[in-house]
Design a protein around this ligand. Structure first.
Ligand code: FES
Ligand SMILES: [Fe+2]
Length: 455
């Protein structure tokens, strides 16, 4: 068992930064909950490449858990659908009625053909091989030459379905008819996101890239800030790395959080002039470019940057953002939902990540970056753009819509290729984790181990 936070974490803490923010964050962000009761041993590395582990993950994780399938605004009209593919499974996520979304198994009940190979809008699902046809709700409509199928009971020939749940504008699916409802699976996430209101956002960008590593390795690289000073040293003038807050709540299995403050330097750069913080943030993040950012007498670089962020987010959304907290205007407020979703709460970094295996290959994955922008006050928004797909050798920088997030993701991707290879070369059977800064990874793996061990 490890201590909450080992002595020696450098300050200021995230909470000390919040103490002086002119616009304070929501109350649940003012609470620290360092993990207690986690183990401290090495985490086995077979989980990152072993085929038997991968096969068991299919049955024990992908077939059992609630997973993000799409956003509701991806399928606004009846007949609109997208595919959700996870290893061998394929689901058609379809708006089957104005207020109804279904997840139909994408496989013809005649001889198994995929009914759809991409999303779109249709009136019914007709198989391209012999025209067996189902309605949007999965009910069987008919086939040519019905006389030749005397054994088919048409009333009971509906497409199988996965369960569907909706939270905060996200559509979730679960293959397990006996799984707990989404509402309890989400644990404390809805309470924490009540103030962030992701249901009032829309998906303004969506980039998917094939990654040269196991899906868990990719996710882990985006769930701790310990690597930042080495992998992304350019950000240390304006990003709180070693003082990042990591939260794991007692009894909560599926959710964890980290908060990294921006607009203040890393503890390792404490004492740099506030003008340098602003200058370096503007150098890397085009969002803060433009007219000069002045620090009012007696104020701070962070407060000046938050003012600029509120002004810009307010202008682009048409909403009054004057009471948006400094933290939501600037910081990385990152949650994880087991197994593979990483939604953020803030508005200048309105990110949501998703990670999953690439097909049946445990050594490649699909990582997706979505941006969720605030809708206009009347709820209107442009249609979400199509997904930009990047191959395994294409840099994130090819996706211009990612802006400054691409450089950081490319730095991580270079490392991830080396990590996947390095783990295969390792003669050490486990990876060793930091007690606090990697506590979310520990918590995540303990939940994963519990799912993997279930009967
Ligand atoms: S396989 Fe689909 S109609 Fe024959
Ligand atoms: Fe990183």
């Amino acid at each position: 068992m490890t201590a909450h936070i080992p002595a020696g974490r450098p300050g200021p803490s995230v909470q000390q930064v919040f103490d002086t923010d002119p616009v304070p964050p929501p109350p649940l962000m003012r609470v620290e909950s360092p993990a207690t009761g986690l183990g401290s041993g090495d985490v086995s590395i077979d989980r990152y490449f072993d085929r038997a582990w991968h096969e068991r993950e299919i049955t024990h994780v992908w077939q059992k858990t609630w997973q993000l399938a799409c956003r509701v605004e991806d399928i606004p009209h009846v007949g609109d659908h997208v595919l959700y593919e996870i290893v061998h499974d394929s689901l058609i996520i379809v708006r089957s009625g104005p207020d109804e979304i279904k997840a139909l198994v994408n496989s013809c009940l005649h001889r198994g053909t995929l009914l759809r190979t991409s999303g779109g809008c249709v009136k019914q699902f007709r198989c391209p091989f012999h025209s067996f046809t189902w309605g949007l709700d999965g009910r069987f409509i008919g086939m040519p030459g019905a006389w030749d199928f005397p054994t088919i009971d048409r009333a009971n020939f509906a497409l199988p379905e996965a369960r569907v749940g909706i939270w905060a504008g996200f559509v979730f699916v679960n293959f397990d008819a006996d799984a707990e409802p989404l509402e309890t699976y989400l644990e404390n996430l809805p309470e924490h996101f009540a103030d962030f209101r992701l249901e009032d956002r829309w998906k303004a960008a969506h980039v998917a890239k094939i990654m040269p590593c196991n899906w868990k390795l990719a996710m882990e690289a985006f769930c701790e800030a310990y690597h930042v000073s080495t992998a992304h040293p350019q950000v240390m003038g304006y990003y709180g790395d070693e003082n990042t807050q990591y939260d794991v709540w007692p009894g909560i299995r599926h959710v964890s959080r980290m908060i990294s403050v921006q607009g203040v330097p890393s503890p390792a750069r404490a004492g740099i002039p506030p003008e340098t913080t602003i200058e370096q943030m503007r150098r890397d993040i085009p969002f803060f470019a433009g007219k000069p950012i002045e620090i009012a007498p007696g104020s701070t670089a962070r407060a000046a940057l938050a003012d600029r962020a509120r002004e810009k987010i307010g202008r682009s959304s048409g909403r009054d953002m004057s009471s948006l907290s400094d933290s939501e205007s600037l910081d990385l407020i990152e949650y994880m939902l087991f197994p593979n979703m990483v939604p953020w709460g803030g508005q200048s970094l309105p990110i949501c990540y998703r990670f999953r295996p690439h097909g049946d290959n445990p050594e490649e994955s699909i990582m997706e970056i979505m941006f969720l922008f605030a809708k206009a006050p009347d709820g209107s928004h442009p249609p979400p753009p199509p997904i930009t797909w990047l191959g395994i050798d294409e840099p994130w920088a090819n996706a211009k819509e990612l802006g400054s997030a691409a450089m950081v993701a490319d730095q991580d991707t270079d490392n991830l290729r080396r990590i996947q290879r390095g783990l295969r070369a390792s003669k050490k059977p486990g990876v060793t984790l930091a007690a606090y800064q990697e506590s979310r990874l520990r918590h995540y793996h303990e939940t994963l181990d519990a799912y993997m061990a279930a009967e």
